[in-house]
Ligand binder design. Structure first.
Ligand code: CU
Length: 469
């Protein structure tokens, strides 16, 4: 490497090294591992969310697009992102589901300072797991995400199972007027106390309906990402028999035992493998059935051509990711997390009149949880300790509980269906359910544990924990 070529990546390394003085040997060792930085800019833009002939909607987008660019990196390779904030307010980038170095987790107030308008931050890490992840701001996310700031992060397996196409489907939910303008009222008391900011317009990859050309007997990998602020998606690929091969980035099955529909809470990802079994001209429809059935897209078979005479028979199971430590079934540290509040219970009147806190974790309000890193954590754990968090939902609303920096097992569920043997980073907990999640606290630092209904998060469903180094 030519030392005279003082490229941005070298500057980033030196910035990352902060005040420490690198010896020539150490500097060389670090530089040998440095690739070019990829720029990622959050900025104001417009998008035609209602289709190519529809109105322009003002949005906020990474690189000015909704969703943001699909970031792809090969497993084992470093991701180096030079984030620039061109928004009118502070921001940062969180890498959802990555068991990341704490300094790169992108949570202002906890892991970094907020990135002011006009400034930037270099994110540089090697994702430990292959799989489907996503990125979004963790600053005023109840507004920044529904304005459009979200994108897919794909960590490709070293040896992926054979597929003819690998398609990312990032699903977003917008609240638009008939003129296509975005409704205001972000963080309204009503949304906070109910289901969150549900939209009235769903898009797949920023479009109201996607048509995906395929051929008969192709094998297609679909990566579904729920990037909605609050909407729980129930998805069906009608006529097909998709096999679920990964949940929240971690390999599963393959299995078809997910019930009549694929249910994704905000933040969840499902990877599917689908064989295009049918004749040329056929199609499979992707529909969302949580409310009135809505068609989101179509896998449209080529009118005449087949990819091959018969569907593939090659195995589709994903290779396991590096070691995820199984939590001790008895649990070494038991953490109760009682969720109360919201509308439609005894808090109703207080909440809607704006005189009480909207949600509580263990009876604590937003005020108690405020100041994040300087306030009290939900728990502290020595590194390597098995932690069980017993999440009791005594509210009238479902919550999508997200743990940063770790994946967890659902160990037990009371008043709900039996747990599946998956690793999650975000878990739906329905009203009345009690879900005990377990993980080994093996990633040092301060981590968030919060509801991914972003208005709920902003109104009290926000906690953190610390894993000692
Ligand atoms: Cu919630």
């Amino acid at each position: 490497m030519q030392p005279k070529k003082f490229n941005p990546s070298r500057r980033a390394v030196l910035m990352g090294a902060a005040a420490s003085v690198l010896t020539p040997l150490a500097a060389k060792a670090v530089l040998a591992n440095v690739g070019p930085m990829r720029d990622l800019e959050a900025r104001v833009a417009t998008a035609r969310l209602m289709g190519a002939t529809g109105p322009q909607t003002p949005v906020w987008g990474f690189d000015g697009t909704v969703p943001g660019p699909v970031l792809r990196v090969r497993h084992g390779e470093e991701l180096a992102i030079r984030f620039a904030n061109k928004l009118p307010e502070g921001s940062a980038v969180h890498w959802h589901g990555i068991r990341i170095d704490n300094r790169m987790d992108g949570v202002p107030g906890l892991t970094q300072t907020v990135v002011a308008p006009g400034s930037g931050f270099d994110y540089r890490y090697t994702p430990p797991d292959a799989g489907t992840f996503w990125y979004h701001p963790h600053e005023r996310s109840f507004e920044q995400v529904p304005r459009g700031l979200a994108g897919a992060l794909i960590v490709e397996e070293q040896e992926p199972p054979q597929a003819d196409q690998d398609i990312v489907l990032l699903i977003s939910d917008w609240r638009l007027g008939t003129d296509g303008q975005m409704a205001g009222g972000f963080g309204s008391r009503h949304d906070q106390a109910h289901a969150g900011r549900l939209g009235n317009h769903i898009t797949v990859n920023g479009e109201p309906f996607v048509t995906l050309p395929v051929q008969a007997n192709e094998r297609v990998r679909l990566r579904l990402i729920n990037a909605c602020s609050a909407r729980i998606l129930r998805l069906q690929l009608e006529g097909a028999q998709p096999k679920l091969i990964a949940v929240d980035g971690q390999p599963v099955g393959p299995t078809t035992s997910y019930g009549e529909a694929l249910m994704l809470g905000p933040g969840n990802r499902f990877d599917l493998m689908v064989d295009m079994v049918g004749t040329p001209g056929h199609s499979f429809v992707l529909a969302e059935i949580s409310g009135e059935r809505q068609e989101l897209g179509r896998l449209q078979f080529h009118a005449t051509d087949r990819r091959r005479a018969e569907p593939l028979v090659a195995p589709i199971a994903l290779a396991p990711n590096p070691l995820l430590l199984e939590p001790d079934p008895k649990g070494e540290l038991i953490v109760p997390l009682l969720m109360t509040g919201g509308a439609a219970n005894e808090m109703d009147m207080k909440v809607l009149m704006g005189t009480g806190s909207v949600w509580q974790f263990n009876g604590k309000t937003t005020m108690d949880m405020a100041a994040m890193g300087s306030g009290e954590p939900l728990f502290r754990a020595p590194r390597g300790r098995s932690v069980h968090v017993r999440i009791e939902n005594r509210t009238a609303w479902p919550h999508a509980m997200h743990v940063h920096g770790h994946h967890f097992r659902l160990l037990a569920r009371e008043n709900g269906p039996a747990p599946q043997p998956f690793w999650w980073d975000t878990l739906l907990v329905q009203p009345g359910e009690t879900s005990t999640i377990g993980f080994v606290a093996d990633n040092p630092g301060k981590w968030m544990l919060h509801c991914h209904m972003l208005d709920h998060q902003a109104a009290g469903m926000d906690a953190w924990f610390e894993v000692a180094g």
